[in-house]
Design a protein around this ligand. Structure first.
Ligand code: RET
Length: 234
């Protein structure tokens, strides 16, 4: 039926599968950056499987009168660290920084999932703790990494900043949707929530991956053409 969870999940699965083609192509054609492309293919590839499961309604559990989708949270637990790994590969950060990012990310997702299924005011405490973890993640991406990193060249810096800004802007919308959805004050129905989250997921994954593949191509060209000086326009 049109306009249901199933429709949006099916469209999500197709969109994510299509979004996996550019990094797979890059993986075949650009052997120098295989690990970068593999990480990107993982982001949309895993999501397409999760959406396919949601389309056939596998893995939904009800608790405290609310529905939580296990494939969704498992997808987020795998793919958001991959997005952060890619950003930290671009920024050539140290292990400590990657660890802080991934720990904050995993904690905020777990806190969000727990807050869906528990009852009473304590769920808002769990949600607030998730938002706090998100603050740690944003601080790392926005303040610490740019301060510590020396980028290979101007193109790498621009690519990092573009993808980081896209990530922070889109990820900020998730807790807002969480509040509006049945998990929070229930202004949105379950169908509407699936539509909105599928859109958000597609932009924060497929668009992220497409921009990243495009940027990696340009970085590759820069390396092949030698180290030409790119003017910095700060
Ligand atoms: C929750 C609720 C608890 C507080 C916060 C949240 C943020 C979730 C985010 C999810 C990002 C998902 C992405 C998926 C891509 O497909 C768990 C909603 C802060 C940031 C990018």
């Amino acid at each position: 039926m049109l306009g249901t969870v199933t429709t949006w999940a099916t469209l999500g699965a197709i969109g994510m599968a299509l979004g996996t083609l550019p990094p797979l192509w890059g993986w075949r054609t650009n052997p120098d950056r295989r690990s970068h492309y593999l990480v990107l293919a993982g982001v949309t590839g895993v999501a397409s499987v999760a959406y396919a499961l949601m389309a056939v309604d596998i893995g939904t559990v009800s608790a405290a009168g609310r529905v939580v989708s296990i494939p969704r949270y498992v997808d987020w637990l795998i793919t958001t660290p991959l997005i952060l790994l890619f950003l930290s590969m671009l920024g050539r950060t140290d292990r400590g920084s990657l660890l802080r990012l991934v720990v904050a990310d995993v904690l905020l997702l777990l806190l969000g999932a727990v807050a869906v299924v528990i009852d009473g005011p304590i769920r808002w405490v769990a949600f607030a703790a998730g938002v706090l973890m998100f603050g740690v993640l944003v601080y790392e991406l926005y303040v610490r990494i740019p301060r510590q990193t020396t980028f290979a060249d101007e193109r790498a810096r621009t690519l990092f900043i573009t993808l980081r800004n896209l990530t922070i802007a889109l990820w900020t919308l998730y807790p807002i949707v969480w509040i509006l959805a049945p998990s929070g004050v229930a202004l949105l129905t379950r169908d509407m929530t699936m539509l909105v989250v599928a859109y958000l997921d597609l932009i924060s994954k497929a668009a992220f991956v497409a921009l990243a593949v495009d940027g990696l191509d340009a970085l590759g060209a820069g390396v092949d053409a030698g180290t030409e000086a790119t003017p910095t326009a700060d």
